[in-house]
Write a protein of this length. Structure first.
Length: 392
């Protein structure tokens, strides 16, 4: 009888940054000493600091998928190696190089942070190792690399879905944008403007903020004076929570809109509280237990990780590891980065797609993943509860 465990194999430090090797392994009592065909997959992202929730989420999704595949077959064992970049892109690049050169990983998962994902793209392309990212900033897949795959819906898809819903079904016309001044925030502005233009509209305001900002009264005050019907905001976990609170405190008219799937995060709802209730957003995944496709994953994640409700990044990296494992199986249980890339590229349309947890996934020529986004509304922050408005 097998016993499934997530094993913390060892910890190591380099230059003060913790690098954690987490092995998602199945322990067999009957063949513990047998020679194993070990396949290593690297995960790069923030595992400590203010943004650790995102890096830990993508790591946990990868671990859970690896553990399930290890439990289902004995031809190879997947070992997941997590590297902490502390949300610093120079460390993300160094971690990527280390995983490829020293650990001989067959694929890189990451980054959770779009700016660092972008910094990693030249490294994985040069090394010819496939990279699977949950970063949503559009430029990530516009660098000419044939080794990058987006396991997330890019900002254009998400914002199109949100704008189509609030304009087409609710009738909003006066929409403002409040975004970060980082790459993903700039992408939010660009894609939202294009989505509004399709409806013959332009944003009534465009305001931005810096990472780590805590006072948004100036931006929100200027937006309030224009009497908005909706304010689309993003990105930054802490910043969006503060914006939601100040939005209510300043009595800004209209509704908050999510220019980021982060509103599907239970942690975000707990941090934001009642201020975020009513927010409409688009996301690749909502952790609803009563859905036959998603429910089993949510329950397994909670059981494995002390009741933790999975974020969408966990689901996306769960599917990334599943796709890699299926590629290896299709190659006679031999792990080859080029074959893994080509296997992923073979999913080119809805009819030729990878049936994953997040949907029937396929990729365009740039490596952007495609599937139907979910339109959700935050119904309750504590306990976290969402209403699905469309797409599932």
């Amino acid at each position: 009888m097998s016993k499934l465990q997530i094993v913390l194999s060892r910890m190591r430090a380099r230059g003060g940054a913790a690098a954690i090797l987490l092995s998602a392994a199945l322990l067999f009592s009957a063949d513990a000493g047998a020679q194993e065909n070990v396949v290593r997959i690297g995960v790069v992202g923030p595992l400590t600091g203010d943004l650790a929730y995102g890096g830990q989420s993508q790591l946990r999704g990868a671990q859970l998928a690896a553990a399930e595949y290890n439990a289902s077959q004995k031809n190879f064992k997947i070992e997941v190696i997590g590297e902490d970049d502390e949300s610093k892109c120079d460390r993300a690049v160094a971690a990527t190089r280390k995983l490829i050169a020293r650990d001989k990983v067959v694929a890189i998962l990451g980054n959770w942070f779009s700016t660092c994902s972008l910094a990693m793209v030249p490294i994985t392309a040069q090394a010819k190792v496939p990279q699977y990212t949950v970063g949503i900033a559009s430029p990530i897949t516009q660098q000419g690399s044939e080794w990058i795959f987006r396991m997330a819906l890019k900002t254009a898809v998400l914002n199109d879905a949100v704008i189509d819903h609030v304009v087409g079904k609710i009738g909003m016309r006066r929409i403002a944008i409040l975004s970060s001044n980082e790459e993903v925030g700039k992408s939010l502005v660009d894609t939202t403007e294009k989505a509004l233009k399709r409806h013959g509209l332009t944003p009534i305001a465009k305001e931005e903020f810096g990472r780590g900002d805590k006072d948004f009264s100036g931006q929100l005050g200027r937006i309030r004076a224009l009497n908005p019907e909706g304010v689309i905001m993003g990105t930054g976990f802490q910043e969006m929570a503060i914006i939601a609170r100040q939005f209510r405190e300043l009595n800004v008219p209209g509704r908050l809109l999510g220019g980021d799937p982060i509103a599907g995060s239970a942690r975000f709802l707990q941090l934001s509280g009642k201020h975020v209730e009513g927010l409409i957003f688009a996301t690749p995944f909502i952790p609803v237990v009563d859905n036959p496709r998603i429910g089993a994953f949510v329950k397994a994640h909670q059981q494995q990780f002390s009741g933790d409700v999975p974020e969408n990044w966990a689901a996306q990296m769960y599917d990334a590891v599943g796709m890699i494992a299926e590629a290896i199986k299709a190659n006679g249980n031999k792990a080859d980065p080029t074959q893994i890339r080509d296997f992923t590229k073979s999913f080119v349309s809805a009819d030729k797609s990878y049936r994953g947890l997040i949907g029937n996934l396929y990729f365009d020529k740039f490596g952007d993943g495609s599937w139907q986004p979910i339109i959700g509304e935050v119904e309750s922050a504590v306990p976290p509860k969402w209403k699905i408005l469309g797409g599932l």
